[in-house]
Design a protein around this ligand. Structure first.
Ligand SMILES: CC(C)(COP(=O)(O)OP(=O)(O)OC[C@H]1O[C@@H](n2cnc3c(N)ncnc32)[C@H](O)[C@@H]1OP(=O)(O)O)[C@@H](O)C(=O)NCCC(=O)NCCS
Length: 178
């Protein structure tokens, strides 16, 4: 494993801002670019949102961020994944490794330090090839199409909905690397 994951802390604010600023061009094509968002993100952590920062183990650089958001428990135990990877790690496979750790943690029982979720969704704009490739690499299935689902870049954008349930998850170490 070239990466590790952990929850954000206020002390990550500068590293986070640098990474987002460096990556503004490719992140900004699909997601808001918010270099100063980390302190607020830390404050919002709780029952409905858990954020994971993905770090390169050797260099300690920030590879990416994944939000496990809209967490609903009860009979649903469901959440949505939203993610960005940062330069210089973009396209090196590290983000995929980190996302496997995030999915693994999201599905792991709460008694074992996980989030105890049963189903995860990834909603992607149909033109976002790298993100669709990520969803498929992780084993997510295309479930459907959601017109005008999210307000991004000043318009309500259609999204493809990918999903995975814990029964389908082989574990973070399984599957091909590319
Ligand atoms: C979507 C996004 C997170 C993907 O991140 P990424 O940095 O490309 O992820 P990875 O590096 O793990 O991607 C693997 C790619 O690197 C390649 N790669 C290079 N070296 C690799 C290695 N050693 N191991 C595995 N893959 C490797 C893979 O072949 C793969 O390429 P492919 O997508 O053409 O198949 C990133 O493009 C991004 O931040 N996009 C902007 C924001 C965004 O769209 N977010 C999602 C909204 S739904």
């Amino acid at each position: 494993m070239r990466v590790e994951i952990r929850y954000p802390r206020i002390a990550d604010a500068v590293v986070y801002a640098d990474a987002v600023n460096r990556s503004a061009e490719h992140v900004g094509r699909w997601n808001p670019v918010e270099p100063d968002a980390l302190p607020d993100m830390v404050r919002r952590q709780g029952d409905t949102l858990r954020t994971f920062l993905i770090f390169d183990v050797e260099e300690r650089g920030l590879v990416g961020t994944c939000n496990v958001s809209n967490i609903v428990r009860g009979r649903f135990r469901n959440a949505s994944l939203g993610y960005n990877s940062y330069l210089p790690y973009n396209g090196t496979g590290r983000m995929t490794e980190g996302m496997r750790l995030v999915v693994d943690t999201a599905f792991r029982p709460e008694t074992e330090g996980g989030l105890g979720l049963h189903r995860l969704e990834i909603n992607v704009q149909p033109e976002n090839g790298p993100s669709i490739a990520m969803a498929k690499r992780l084993g997510f299935r295309l479930e459907g199409y959601s017109p005008r689902m999210l307000f991004l870049q000043n318009a309500w954008r259609d999204h493809e909905r990918y999903a995975l349930t814990v029964e389908e998850w082989p574990g973070a170490g399984a599957g091909s690397r590319s």
